[in-house]
Design a protein. Structure first.
Length: 253
């Protein structure tokens, strides 16, 4: 089957940063967009920016680690916009914690959002993609899946997301659904700004230091991820599935 004339996309973690950029780009591409985020005001702001530009969007508060909340949000998306055929799992947190000091609660909370949450949203939405016989899933992982000093819980979740993506590709391809992952490198965001503050650096200085180690000579921006997501959810990417695209300004090491 072919893509619906007015596809509906669900973007998690869309209140700011990468998620907001992806939501805006998909709206420009012709999608109706449901923006899900624990930050209700931020989700509403992203949706309002889309509608003011002539698009169609809703912003919903959703704790993706809460099964009942995910089910309720998905039902509201279907009622307000229609059945989704595109899902971008972007929501995530990444506070540092040394393994010698990490609590079980910290481990469980981070994996609950960054991995379990993506499973819950995917499970809630995927039936609509299969029923349509056409769908796209994009999971936002990270170059940290290859390892990250002081964030073993974050790296574990992001690495798990890659296995999740490849398994979805194998399971869902027969239904006309593709699944791919984007692994960002250094992206200007609240998370990288928090890292700068933790290291005692000015945010711009932190970006300059990062850019010096990136082959293309600059840091990344949320729109860099949005451009890649736009391609992966398009009809043109129908023969691309189970892949990890490192959007990091250089090869993954």
């Amino acid at each position: 089957m072919t893509r619906p004339d007015t596809p509906v996309a669900v973007v998690t973690g869309g209140a700011h940063g990468i998620g907001a950029a992806v939501a805006a780009r998909l709206a420009r591409d012709g999608h109706a967009v449901a923006v899900l985020d624990l930050n209700e005001a931020g989700a509403a702001q992203t949706a309002a920016a889309i509608t003011s530009a002539g698009g169609r969007a809703i912003g919903l508060r959703c704790d993706i680690a809460d099964e009942a909340a995910v089910t309720a949000a998905t039902d509201e998306v279907v009622a307000e916009l229609g059945a989704p055929t595109v899902l971008v799992n972007n929501a995530g947190v990444g506070p540092p914690a040394a393994i010698t000091e990490m609590t079980v609660e910290q481990w469980d909370q981070l994996l609950g959002i960054n991995l379990r949450g993506h499973f819950l949203v995917t499970r809630a939405v995927v039936g609509h993609l299969v029923a349509a016989g056409w769908g796209r899933i994009v999971n936002v992982s990270s170059i940290s899946a290859l390892g990250d000093d002081g964030r073993s819980h974050y790296s574990s979740a992001k690495a798990g997301l890659l296995g999740f993506t490849k398994s979805l590709a194998l399971e869902l391809g027969r239904h006309g659904v593709t699944a791919n992952a984007i692994a960002p490198g250094f992206i200007v965001s609240d998370m990288t700004a928090a890292t700068a503050r933790r290291l005692g650096r000015d945010v711009e200085e932190h970006q300059r230091i990062a850019a010096a180690s990136i082959p293309v000579g600059r840091v990344g921006y949320p729109d860099d991820i949005a451009h890649t997501a736009s391609y992966l959810v398009s009809p043109d990417a129908g023969f691309v599935t189970g892949q990890v695209i490192y959007v990091s300004g250089g090869p993954a090491v």
